[in-house]
Write a protein that binds this ligand. Structure first.
Ligand SMILES: [Zn+2]
Length: 318
């Protein structure tokens, strides 16, 4: 079923990445924390090639905590197999980072006794639209025949409220902090932090290291810029960051993404203050120093991110 086209000017063939050919691997980060990434992530992330969703799992004395249930049944089953390859302890918690299908569609294949955790805003957003439009949107990016059609909705059980924090006890002194650190991409972003292993799982609020830039699809730029800067400055030294899509990195690997978002807001804000039109802003705010080999840069920067920051700055100045 190839040749499916989307009505979006994405300079990359659909599927953006092919769920049928993605092979997920577990990367041992020590002290019971694992990243789950595509086996291409180490080599391709810094070349800007879009990568499958990254997540992971954390093993305590009594239970396992999975981060991200993934987009398709095939990918969700790979996660379950990777956990089973490391431990026979039960998966009691599954945390998802947002309301994006590539992070939570696999919920329904997670063990029935596991409790699914999500931000309250993400849960409400899904309940409002229902699952079908979200499946169609994901099929638009990732194509038919990958199993998205078969996804059944399984809602979250535990909802973290805005500005909320939940600490989950996995036994043996292993705790997972579930954190709302502010709007990174969506208003329902959660970060999962294992302070003992010094690992944090980011989701799409931080897609990946250079040359990736944010996808500001939610129409806000200022809050994400502030949030990302705050998180970057807060992340303790020595902490490994598992991004939404790509290889495991750290605070330094996050800088490009944070700087871009901040600069975007500042420069578009200046353009609006100078009374430039949107078209003039798109011609002026080219930010070539951030066009570092991400094939989606042109589309995201000029067609998504500038209009987003521009509209927001205009409203603020109105
Ligand atoms: Zn994603």
């Amino acid at each position: 079923m190839t040749g499916y086209t989307v009505d979006r000017n994405v300079p990359w063939p659909v599927p953006i990445w092919d769920a049928d050919t993605v092979r997920l691997i577990a990367q041992d980060l020590g002290s019971g924390a694992y990243a789950v990434v595509a086996d291409t992530a180490d080599e391709q992330t810094t070349r800007g090639i879009p990568q499958a969703t990254s997540g992971g799992f954390i093993v305590g004395d009594e239970a396992v905590f999975v981060v991200e249930s993934m987009m398709t049944p095939g990918l969700a089953r790979q996660v379950l197999d990777l956990v089973a390859g490391v431990t026979d302890k039960p998966i009691r918690f599954v945390g998802v980072t947002s309301d994006h299908g590539d992070h939570f569609f696999g919920n329904y294949l997670m063990p029935a006794e596991a409790r699914i955790i999500q931000h309250e805003n993400a849960f409400r957003a899904i309940e409002e639209t229902g699952i079908e439009p979200r499946k169609q949107a994901q099929i638009g990016w990732f194509d038919l025949g990958r199993g998205i059609e078969d996804v059944r909705y399984r809602p979250a059980d535990l909802l973290v409220p805005p500005d909320g924090k939940l600490t989950v006890n996995l036994g043996g002194g292993k705790f997972v902090e579930v954190l709302d650190l502010g709007q990174g991409q969506t208003s329902g972003d959660l970060w999962y932090h294992d302070p003992h292993a010094k690992v944090i799982y980011a989701g799409n609020a931080f897609i990946g290291e250079k040359p990736a830039i944010p996808w500001l699809l939610d129409g806000v730029a200022e809050r994400p810029a502030r949030t990302l800067r705050r998180i970057h400055d807060w992340v303790p030294d020595g902490t490994r960051i598992v991004p939404g899509h790509g290889r495991v990195t750290d605070k330094d690997g996050m800088r490009f993404f944070v700087d871009y978002t901040e600069q975007l807001v500042q420069r578009v804000g200046e353009a609006v203050a100078d009374r430039l039109t949107l078209e003039e802003t798109q011609r002026t705010v080219t930010m070539p120093e951030f066009d570092a080999g991400y094939p989606l840069f042109g589309w995201l920067h000029f067609d998504i991110n500038i209009p987003c920051a521009y509209t927001e700055a205009r409203q603020r100045n109105a």
